[in-house]
Ligand binder design. Sequence first.
Ligand SMILES: Nc1ncnc2c1ncn2[C@@H]1O[C@H](COP(=O)(O)OP(=O)(O)OP(=O)(O)O)[C@@H](O)[C@H]1O
Ligand SMILES: [Mg+2]
Length: 269
Amino acid sequence: MKVLTFLNEKGGVGKTTLATTIGAGLAIMGYRVLLVDADPQGHMTISFDFKKHHSLYDLLVRDAEFNDPGIVQPIPPQSYALPNAKLPDSSRLYMVRGNRETRLISQALEGEPFIIQRRMAELEEEDIVDFVIFDTSPTPSTFHALIYLATDHIIYPTEVTYLSFDGLVQSIKHTTDYSKKRSQEGFGDIKLTGIIPTKFRSKTLEHREKLKSLHKGFGDLVWNPLPMSVVWEEAMSRKMSIFSYAYDHPAAADAWKIVRTAKEKILNV
Ligand SMILES: Nc1ncnc2c1ncn2[C@@H]1O[C@H](COP(=O)(O)OP(=O)(O)OP(=O)(O)O)[C@@H](O)[C@H]1O
Ligand SMILES: [Mg+2]
């Protein structure tokens, strides 16, 4: 089981969009995926039309079991799968939902920095999923630290703008600090798996120049950019993945490339 976290301390850069898209794509490929909405905004939760209850707070603070009713919520295939295509029998997409209580978690669990790591180890033992994908809030918090300590791979979505780059640099610094801590406890480094430039406009000189500077600073860590398209907003507001909403749109082809890259980089296949 691999734990993957989406992070950028700048808001609105595409964390939720990419976390759900990569989760949906891996599930379509036949993997068992658990999405975890770790943002008090609960945007991942509402992007699949779920109510914001039975949340991560229940799992971590109220000690709910993974198989308690409502905790691990199956996402219906019509919300994420390709229309009219049969999913592999092994495919699963689940969600642990998020809500405002999420912001109280770190306070309630002071002195238990490895609580999420421990719950992830339990999940791995039960062999329920292949990937766990955390969507995080843009506001740095002590709660983020609990997530970092449970994370194997981090992906940083970023817009190609000055302020997003600042969020990116801050996020990488925090991850690196916690990677050392995680290593010292014997859980291995957090791998910086990729930086995904989002909402890219290739005809805009400023975007092309910012992309160049991103490559200069981070080299191979930078993946191909995800172009700007209103279809992403449309899919989200219809509570569907890009694959179920617009499978024949170029944005879905862009999304597939990102899902394949994620799979290759995380599984080394
Ligand atoms: N490639 C894209 N082109 C156009 N719009 C996009 C693209 N990717 C994401 N969006 C839109 O941008 C908005 C912000 O995206 P998203 O919610 O994924 O960002 P976020 O980083 O999770 O935000 P927050 O920091 O508030 O959690 C959404 O309305 C989404 O539909
Ligand atoms: Mg978000």
